[in-house]
Design a protein around this ligand. Structure first.
Ligand code: AMP
Ligand code: MG
Length: 197
């Protein structure tokens, strides 16, 4: 864990388990590190990344949370929910991770390995699924290595992940929350808190 955190803090790529799929992690505050994610995956840099944080306190340094966004984070974090919110003045997530947008996608994952890594890194970690673009999202460390062995610095093997579904993405910007992608948290559970999406 210490070595994985050191690699990320020094600009490397480390794959790690979340409760959804394995993520390909890099320091979200470093454009050089984030560029390595896009290159390793063959992902176009206009497709923004989710920044992973330990919880709402860390997230509120990166984004501006409306009352609905706070309600959703309190209900579903840590867990498979990503919130897209306006970027905060105090944000450290770099523009490249946001693909130049004035908004930022944030998630606090529940997996203990992801939580431990984020705490040790002490910075937001950009982490799309740890596969080359267009391939299936990996749910084991072996799947990660089949796709990316020669392109990453390490993988933290925590066995198979639980859900295999991606995170649900909800935008909380001006106006009512909007569902951007269905995923691990069911739409109905979100609507029960903030009304129809
Ligand atoms: P993934 O491809 O699973 O890494 O999920 C990342 C997805 O989150 C992107 O493809 C976008 O659809 C969405 N996303 C990330 N950041 C933003 C943002 N600032 N605004 C809208 N959607 C975003
Ligand atoms: Mg993916």
């Amino acid at each position: 864990m210490a070595e994985a955190a050191r690699l990320i803090r020094s600009g490397g790529l480390v794959a790690f388990a979340t409760e959804t799929v394995y993520g390909l992690g890099a320091d979200a505050t470093s454009p050089e590190a984030v560029a390595k994610i896009y290159a390793a995956k063959g992902r176009p840099s206009f497709n923004p990344l989710i920044a992973h944080v330990t919880g709402l306190d860390a997230a509120e340094r990166q984004g501006r949370f409306s009352p609905d966004a706070i309600r959703l984070a309190q209900a579903f974090w840590p867990g498979p929910l990503t919130l897209v919110v306006p970027v905060a003045d105090s944000a450290s997530v770099c523009e490249l991770a946001r693909a130049g947008l004035p908004t930022v996608a944030l998630r606090a994952p529940a997996h203990p390995v992801a939580q431990a890594l984020l705490a040790e890194v002490g910075r937001p970690v950009a982490a799309p699924s740890a596969n080359r673009s267009g391939r299936v999202s990996p749910v084991t460390a072996d799947h990660v290595l089949e796709d990316l062995a020669d392109r990453i610095d390490a993988v933290l093997d925590a066995g198979p992940t639980d859900v295999g579904l991606e995170s649900t993405i909800v935008a909380c910007l001006d106006g009512p929350p909007v569902l951007l992608r269905p995923g691990g948290v069911a739409r109905g559970r979100i609507e029960a808190l903030v009304g129809p999406l």
